[in-house]
Every structure is written in C-alpha cells, then in structure tokens.
Design a protein around this ligand. Sequence first.
Ligand code: NAP
Ligand code: 8YV
Length: 317
Amino acid sequence: MPDLFVIGGITEEMRSRLAGKFTIHMAEDMDDPEAWLDANGAGVAHVATNGHDGVKPAYMERLPNLRMISCYGVGYDAIDTGLCNDRGIILTHTPNVLNAEVASTALMLMLMCYRNALADEAHARSGAWERDGNAPLSRSADNRTVGILGMGRIGHEIARKLSVLDPTILYHTRSPKDVPFEYVNNLKDMAAKADVLICITPGGAATNKLVNAEVLEALGPEGLLINVSRGSVVDEAALIEALQSGKLGMAGLDVFEAEPHIPDALKAMSNVVLLPHVGSATVETRAAMGALVVDNLLTHLADGTVISPVPECAHMV
Ligand code: NAP
Ligand code: 8YV
C-alpha cells in the first residue's frame, strides 16, 4: 500500500477510511519525524496536515516525490503554495463545509460582546444577583452597522446569519463582489462608518496587519472588533493599546498572532471575549472537514484528480 505521512493527527473516522488504502505514518507518534523521513521520505507521495501545522520546510525537503497535500481546514497560509507549484504538488483544502459554523462563531462573539454575556453569566453563577441585585445593563446587538473585511464563502454566510439582527452591512475586499451590500474600497473608511468590524480574510503576507492602529482608531471607542480569520490580520500590539487606552471599545477574538499563546494583557481585559480558535470546532463540522480531507486523498489515489484544490493549484488537476 502507498504511504501516507500525517502531520498533526487525524480522527478515528478518517483513520478507518484511510487504513485500507494507505499505510499511515503519524509524525506525532515518531520520536524523530525528520530521521524517519530521511530513511523513508522518498517513498511518500501523500501528506495529510492541517491549517496550523502546515508542512514545514524540514519536511518538504525530505519528501522529494511528494505529489499531494490534503489540508484539514480552509485556510492554508501555513503551507508554501509557491513551492507546491514549483514542485507540481497539488494542495487541497476544505472550503464551504465549515462556512455555517465559522459564521455562527462570529455571530456568537458579537452577541457575547454586546450583551456582556461573560459578566452576566458570572453574575448569575456567583450568587451576585441574589447578594447585590441586578447586573448592569448591556448594549444591544440589533440594528448595528457591520463592516465585513472579506466577503468570500464565510463572509457571505456571516452576512446571511447576521440578518436576524437587522444590520446595515458594508464590506471591504480588494475587488467588489456581486452581493447586495455596500462596497467600501478603503478599510479605514469602512471602519469609521461601522459599529462592528468582522475580519474573515485569509491570513498570509497580503493581509498581514491589515487591521492596524489607524483602522482600530477609526472603529472608535464604541466600536467592536471581531476576528475569526487569522491572528496575523490584526496588529495585536496595536489592538491591545487601543483597548487599553479606550480608543477601541471591545473585541471578540477567536484567533491570535502566536497561537496558542494569548497575551496576558488581553486576558486581563473585561471588554474582550477570547476563544481558543474554535471557529469550526464542532463534532459535526469537523466530521465534514475530515470527510473532505479523506475524499481528496482517495480521489487522488484513484485517478490523480482531487475535489477541492486551493486556487493556486487548480490548474494541476
Ligand atoms: P474565501 O472564500 O477565499 O474569501 C476570502 C475573502 O477575503 C474574499 O472575499 C477576498 O476578496 C478577501 N480578501 C483576500 N485578501 C484580501 C485583502 N488583502 N484585502 C481585503 N480582502 C481580501 O475564504 P473563506 O472560505 O471565506 O475563508 C476565509 C478565511 O477564514 C480562511 O482563509 C481562514 O484563514 C479563516 N478561517 C478561520 C476559521 C476559524 O476557525 N477561526 C475557520 C475557517 C476559516 P478579494 O480577493 O477580492 O480581496
Ligand atoms: C481549523 C481554520 O481550526 O479552516 C480553517 O482555516 O482555521 C479552522 O477550521 C483548522 O484549520 C484545523 O486545523
């Protein structure tokens, strides 16, 4: 059977579908994965990984006959697509199957921030309600102007799910889309018009620190930043400064610059809701992502094609 090198683990469901077709080699079970690749890497044509671990250069250079990488996640900024192209390696990812979940996460963060969910929950659980009386009033999430940075598969689903809150929706991308929302071609201008800025672009060089001090200041003291994209999209030091100085009102964050590290300054703030990158992390959605990872691998094994290549590799199919 052909070899499959797995980086970062797979679920039991994925393993049971792959086991009859591939000999599975788990990097995380090896004392020294690089030494294993030195001895066996030339025989490996398939790799399964995820959006966090990617395939590091030390692995890529030990896989001279790699033909395909199947990534568990839609974001693939941790994988060098230029190198994949140069070497003729097809990279696949898991678009669409997680749109609804990540959109729910964005909506949940927005509601948690406006409605002061963490403080209110603590007020109820701690007995403060009985002891001290009613919790302070929160702010309404209804009828807000929401600027969405990134109007792709997930951004569009966020806009759809937000509609129950009767928002005015604006969006910013590099080129306008065929959507019934106002396009703003300058991010700072959109932030100035918006109550809420929701980030849902890919990570990587093109979006690095796109949300900088100027954008955060434009969002303003009553403004709310939601980030469900990548930590790299927001200048984290500028975010901390803006929240501490009151230039920005609140933040709901699922992603961070150096995951799993979260700066203590953010942990200390009561106007911030923090999640450990769980945008797609439900049993149902992770099962759908896992199924697509396996389907891509099995399709490639069967006929050399794949189901969901990343755009940079689509021409190879
Ligand atoms: P997508 O369909 O490719 O949409 C990306 C959007 O971002 C497009 O509208 C694109 O429009 C825009 N964009 C790209 N570069 C930009 C730039 N420099 N400036 C402004 N806009 C830019 O991707 P998707 O499926 O919606 O996923 C988006 C990202 O969400 C993923 O790549 C991943 O990083 C993140 N994500 C996070 C989680 C989580 O757990 N928190 C889960 C899934 C995905 P233009 O090309 O016109 O600019
Ligand atoms: C996952 C994600 O956390 O799909 C993405 O881009 O960020 C998330 O769905 C991750 O990719 C799983 O490793």
